[in-house]
Design a protein around this ligand. Structure first.
Ligand SMILES: Cc1cc2nc3c(=O)[nH]c(=O)nc-3n(C[C@H](O)[C@H](O)[C@H](O)COP(=O)(O)OP(=O)(O)OC[C@H]3O[C@@H](n4cnc5c(N)ncnc54)[C@H](O)[C@@H]3O)c2cc1C
Length: 189
């Protein structure tokens, strides 16, 4: 069983996976590569002068995979409660079990609705429906969280990536039973 399964590997999902995998949590990332991030050109991502969407997405995937996150290309079609966690079923016919699930599906909230997760009207331009979350990223279903555009944050890559990181830190903290921080100290040459 995975400790964390993340659906959607745009900035929100891949950033969440980077944190959970780096924290040593067995992490699955499922993505159908239909997100919005690849289509953009970014000059407002702090710390990066400019970057094209495909490079931003692919670099994020590599960062998460470097720490052991498993990336699967498929579409998640349902998330159901199963045992002590959830069973995620995909269009490709696979199923995966995870203790916690983070929905990071960008502009689409269909999976949330299909899985009994409460949604509400979006407030950002062109984002019709979002998942209802509390300040930590929790949904109405204990163990299902949401991050990024689908969680209703401002539709900017640095914000969605930061929101994915925030939710991941909250999931890790819950798994560990204490607040978690991930700080690396500068290595002196
Ligand atoms: C043309 C364009 C230009 C932009 N320019 C800028 C800019 O200059 N600066 C800026 O800050 N922001 C810009 N943005 C916005 C920015 O791209 C987004 O705010 C942000 O990257 C969204 O991240 P996300 O992870 O929430 O969603 P996404 O990047 O959309 O990621 C969601 C992922 O979930 C996957 N997914 C969805 N449902 C499923 C499912 N059921 N199963 C498996 N996978 C699923 C999708 O395929 C996708 O990969 C631009 C957007 C567009 C479209």
């Amino acid at each position: 069983m995975y400790e964390v399964a993340i659906i959607g590997a745009g900035p929100a999902g891949a950033s969440a996976a980077l944190f959970t995998a780096k924290a040593g949590k067995k992490t699955l990332l499922i993505d159908n590569d239909k997100g919005m991030t690849r289509r953009g050109w970014y000059e407002n991502y702090y710390g990066i002068a400019e970057v094209d969407g495909p490079t931003l997405v692919e670099t994020g995937h590599k960062q998460a995979q470097k720490f052991g996150a498993e990336l699967v290309s498929d579409q998640a079609v349902s998330v159901e409660q199963s045992g002590e966690g959830f069973k995620i079923t995909t269009e490709g016919g696979a199923s995966y079990e995870a203790k916690h699930v983070i929905l990071a599906t960008g502009a689409v909230a269909d999976l949330a609705s299909a899985s009994g997760v409460e949604t509400k009207d979006g407030t950002e331009p062109r984002i019709k429906t979002v998942v209802a979350v509390d300040a930590a990223g929790r949904t109405n279903v204990n163990g299902i969280w949401a991050a990024g555009t689908v969680a209703g944050v401002s539709v900017h890559a640095i914000i969605t990536a930061g929101d994915g990181a925030k939710v991941a830190i909250n999931v890790i903290s819950e798994l560990n039973g204490e607040r978690y921080v991930d700080h690396d100290v500068l290595k002196k040459g």
